[in-house]
Unconditional design. Structure first.
Length: 449
């Protein structure tokens, strides 16, 4: 009986040892896996934190680039306006938005250079570099910085030529683990540049009627002197009193509009370099032929009792209505602008000259309108009418002249309000403004662990 008990105890010991061994192996296996999981979790956690730091950097630099854009608005605006103001530039053919796009891309690139060794003036804009990364609050071992920044306008031939493509890398670091996020953004100036179109009559300034300077020295109130300054109305009744190199300046008063009346019996012909300004109306009773370098301007009406012929760089500027009883001739680089209606017996424009009528142009159909250009003229002679071209059709019931539309002449000389403004006015660049919009978008790609 004892032998059997000892054998049973031996078998039990072996069984216990086997169980202990199995549990030890299992325990050690679990411990190994646990330690391995801890290490993997630590690596994953470090990577996750560095990715989070890099993503935080992307958000930060998106705002920074937006601020950089705003900082450069004035610079870009002044640059584009300087080109608008350049008289040698054909403003109607220049793409100002494209200029703004290229300039803004250039300015952004200057503010965050690609290379190290930043210029002093750029350091204040370059926040977060490999030498001084930005630390993250509450995470003393975490930081991020920007590198490989590039801002570039798309190709001008692109179907979206106002895009600035921006790319850069953000390096996020925590506890020695780096994560690089390659980031792409774009700015669309097509939506955030507010540039009124040049196809607008309001962008053109019509001629003014106050170009002649009022004489301040050696003045008198008669035509005997060269500088005539009169307040109120001026009535000259002598013959051939106008003379070359003379300025006649008549202003209005509370009781008188500032009219000029020249009613002598003699013609006022062959005068050179004479300037006549009237705040009110101008009436000249006789011929004024072969006026060389004449400037005649009135804020009222102008009436000529016989013929008017201006040439050699002369200017006839009438704010309201023009009436020439006989013929009007404009020659040799001369210009006439009528703010309302013009009524003439006949009209001749030639030798690189131009006439603009804001209202209707009325003429005697028996004499007609002649606009000619000689082969040796440097510019074509032109006539632009914003209203209608009308021909004389007899008298009405009250014995007043009656005019009807001349369809053929309308086809030749009537233009749209925009064309009239472009041909007869001076282009004034519209205000160029850059307004920040929401067309800046980040795209995160190419994550490297």
């Amino acid at each position: 009986m004892e032998v059997n008990n000892k054998n049973e105890q031996g078998y039990a010991l072996v069984t216990v040892l086997l169980i202990v061994t199995v549990f030890t192996v299992i325990f050690l296996s679990f411990m190994g896996q646990a330690f391995s999981s801890v290490k993997q979790n630590q690596v994953v956690e470090k990577t996750t934190r560095s990715v989070a730091a890099a993503e935080m950097g992307i958000s930060y630099y998106q705002v920074t680039i937006q601020n950089m854009f705003k900082l450069n608005q004035t610079t870009v605006t002044e640059y584009v306006r300087s080109i608008m103001d350049d008289e040698t530039i054909d403003s109607e053919t220049v793409d100002f938005k494209r200029l703004a796009t290229e300039k803004m891309a250039e300015q952004l690139q200057i503010m965050i250079p690609v290379e190290s060794g930043l210029p002093i003036e750029s350091i204040k804009y370059m926040i977060g570099t490999p030498t001084e990364p930005i630390r993250i609050d509450d995470h003393p071992n975490a930081s991020y910085y920007i590198k490989d920044f590039k801002a570039e306008a798309v190709n001008a031939e692109s179907n979206r030529p106002y895009i600035i493509n921006i790319s850069f890398n953000v390096v996020g670091t925590e506890d020695g683990k780096d994560t690089i996020l390659s980031t792409k953004m774009f700015i669309d100036l097509n939506t955030i540049v507010n540039l009124p179109t040049t196809e607008n009559p309001d962008n053109y300034q019509m001629p003014s009627f106050n170009n002649i300077k009022k004489p301040t020295t050696n003045t008198c109130i008669t035509l005997a002197c060269n500088n005539v300054v009169i307040e109120g109305n001026a009535d000259f009744q002598g013959n051939n009193e106008l003379k070359s190199f003379q300025t006649i300046y008549v202003t209005s008063t509370p009781t008188q509009p500032g009219n000029i009346s020249i009613t002598g019996q003699g013609n006022e012909n062959n005068i050179t370099n004479i300037n006549i300004h009237a705040e009110g109306d101008i009436y000249i009773g006789q011929n004024m032929n072969r006026q060389i370098k004449l400037t005649l301007e009135t804020n009222g009406n102008a009436t000529f009792g016989q013929n008017l012929k201006i040439n050699s760089y002369s200017n006839l500027l009438v704010n309201r209505n023009l009436k020439v009883i006989e013929g009007l001739s404009i020659e040799d680089h001369s210009f006439a602008y009528i703010g309302e209606n013009a009524t003439v017996n006949s009209l001749t424009i030639q030798t690189s000259s131009k006439m603009c009528v804001k209202g209707n142009l009325n003429y005697n159909q028996n004499n007609g309108i002649t606009v000619t250009t000689k082969n040796n003229d440097d510019l074509p002679s032109k006539l632009y009418v914003s209203g209608d071209v009308n021909k004389y059709a007899g008298l009405d019931a009250n014995n007043n002249p009656k005019y009807v539309i001349d369809t053929a002449m309308n086809t030749l000389y009537k233009v749209s309000s925009l064309e009239f403004a472009k041909q007869c006015g001076t282009y004034v660049p519209p205000e160029f403004e850059i307004n920040w919009g929401d067309r800046i978008s980040p795209v995160i790609s190419d994550v490297e662990y």
